[in-house]
Design a protein around this ligand. Structure first.
Ligand code: GAP
Length: 566
């Protein structure tokens, strides 16, 4: 289990240091939207760059040691709405949602109890009752209802009509003395006034009133293209980057002459009108995805599925995520999307939850997407794959070298499919913001280190993997005289042509180290008296806090070696 951290304190830290800000905070913010500050934008860029470098430009070798062919795309966010009809999003991209009968707020039905567990009134109420024994402390519950309850959950049945509510509950407890109600059942009793008419009710996390029935609500953000807001001009903000890849499959094949197997990758914004955005940036309404659609021969689908599942898990480990916190979980058949024949969620033990949560999904989507687009666009030929090499080889022994001519001889579907077929697709789909949050929580640590006088003082240190650290190196002159600032500035200027580097000449050097530890800078280089005589500097390691002396001319290479794993 990862160390639990106080998420409110952590969010304040992220704001104070410039990692993450609430969007439009000066107007009270907007639920589900976040901004990255000066350090956050560097961190997230390093994450996206690492993904692009390791998956697109330099992917690891395939299962048989072969080179992986991967190219990138950058598609528009708004596409022809038919794309979303074909993909199934218009009809079915929805979450079960319940509306409060009193305050009108919506709650995602399948997350209700997790949301309740996080809400203030529920946490306060839990202190009052003891679900294990089933003992009901009526006076304490009445007192809670009258004080905290009125403030936190004014529409909860227990608050509105405590006598009636507690009578129903007492009846239940007395009628089954050996079977005390669970926490959930107790809560539902406390949310129910008219038990005989309604049965048990579920409370609204916002105000405590009963929730209505679950209904499917679309997660698609809508807009209009053009000046007229008509049904014809309606468009959607893409809820995933994947469909832009499928829609460009033929363009990519024609422009690159790639042969199967190959991948197309994209990083970009996606938008989902999440019913209950929560857990800081984890579930946002605007976020970035890093997606690969890997096209392969149908017979090789499972081989590539396993390959990508393993490659993707390993990638997180190489960037400093401890394997204990990283849990791949194969979805069961009834949990999988209807088109998927295999899905593994790579889950991460975020510190805000007792259960691992999805960081990335690796799905075997078979031929679902290309087949759907073939059907809806009428471009079946474009969305198939012709194995030209195989045909050229086999046709040498045939009556004709022309595939079109050969089709006239009425070959069986199976014979045709040997040369022309719809590729299968493996999709590793990662969230750039989720991984940024995982990197931030994983790196965050509080410890105590001796100050200049040897007294222990608290420090927050962000133990980022050097590749992801927003700032790679800080350069300090030990004192602001004797030519040290000039020399330090010269080194800083040299280094900043290659890395994100800061120059700091303010305050005691110990304080300057703390400031860098707090933002996760892996190296601090100090120009001191010795530098002025022999051109050596001290280089301090963030984690061990050890300093060693190296020639100033070697600083750049020393940092470079660490960044490239040398
Ligand atoms: N094309 C497949 C697809 O979009 P998904 O599981 O819905 O699959 C993939 O999303 C990844 O996108 C998730 O694993 C997660 O990292 C990220 N993601 C999805 N919804 C998100 C949200 N509301 N906020 C932040 N990230 C999200």
């Amino acid at each position: 289990m990862p160390t639990k951290i106080d998420m409110a304190k952590f969010a304040k830290f992220c704001k104070d240091t410039g990692f993450i800000f609430q969007s439009s905070e000066i107007y009270g913010g907007i639920n589900g939207f976040w901004d990255y500050g000066p350090l956050g934008v560097e961190l997230k860029k390093n994450i996206k760059d690492a993904w692009w470098q390791d998956m697109v430009r330099n992917p690891p070798p395939g299962p048989d040691g072969q080179e992986i062919r991967m190219v990138g795309l950058d598609c528009s966010i708004i596409m022809n709405p038919q794309v979303w009809v074909a993909s199934g999003h218009v009809a079915a991209f929805a979450d079960p949602t319940r509306k409060c009968s009193s305050c009108g707020k919506f709650t995602r039905a399948d997350h209700l109890w997790a949301i309740l567990a996080e809400c203030e009134w529920m946490n306060s109420l839990i202190q009052v009752f003891t679900p294990i024994t089933g003992a009901i402390d009526t006076p304490r519950l009445m007192k809670w209802a009258d004080a905290k309850g009125k403030k936190l959950a004014p529409n909860l049945a227990l608050v509105r009509n405590p006598q009636v509510t507690l009578t129903w509950l007492a009846e239940r407890v007395n009628s089954q003395p050996g079977n005390p109600p669970s926490l959930q059942e107790l809560t539902r009793y406390l949310a129910t006034e008219q038990f005989a008419q309604t049965g048990l009710q579920d409370p609204c996390p916002a105000c405590g009133a009963p929730l209505g029935e679950a209904k499917q609500v679309s997660l698609m953000f809508e807009s209009h293209a053009g000046l007229e807001k008509t049904a014809e001009s309606k468009v959607y903000l893409r809820p995933e980057t994947a469909q832009g890849i499928f829609a460009n499959y033929r363009n990519v094949l024609n422009s690159t002459r790639l042969k199967l197997p190959f991948g197309i990758a994209q990083i970009g914004k996606a938008f989902r009108n999440e019913v209950t955005p929560r857990n800081y940036t984890f579930r946002s309404r605007e976020f970035e995805q890093m997606e690969i659609e890997f096209f392969c021969h149908p017979k090789d689908g499972f081989k590539w599925y396993e390959y990508w599942r393993d490659v993707r898990k390993k990638w997180y480990s190489t960037l400093g995520i401890k394997s204990d916190n990283l849990i791949p979980r194969e979805q069961s058949a009834d949990e999988r999307a209807f088109y998927s024949v295999g899905t593994t969620d790579i889950e991460y033990m975020f510190p805000f939850s007792d259960e691992p949560q999805e960081l990335e999904g690796v799905a075997h989507r078979a031929d679902y997407d290309l087949t759907q687009h073939a059907k809806h666009s009428g471009k079946a030929d474009d969305l198939a794959y012709f194995d030209e090499e195989l045909w050229n080889n086999d046709s040498q022994a045939m009556a004709t070298r022309s595939f079109k001519e050969w089709l006239k001889s009425n070959p069986t579907a199976e014979q045709v499919a040997k040369y022309k077929f719809v590729p299968h697709v493996i999709e590793p789909s990662a969230g750039a913001d989720r991984f940024t949050l995982a990197v931030l929580t994983e790196a965050y640590s509080e410890d105590k280190v001796p100050d200049a006088k040897g007294n222990l003082e608290e420090r927050i240190v962000m133990r980022f993997h050097p590749r992801l650290a927003p700032v790679k190196c800080a350069v300090f002159p030990l004192v602001n005289k004797d030519g040290m600032p000039e020399k330090a500035l010269k080194l800083y200027r040299e280094l900043k042509a290659h890395f994100n580097v800061v120059f700091d000449d303010k305050g005691a050097v110990g304080r300057r180290y703390r400031r860098q530890d707090e933002i996760g800078t892996p190296f601090c280089v100090t120009i001191d008296g010795d530098t002025m005589t022999n051109d050596t500097v001290t280089i301090r390691d963030r984690d061990s806090m050890q300093q060693r002396r190296i020639p100033m001319a070697e600083v750049r290479q020393t940092i470079q070696n660490v960044l490239s794993g040398g």
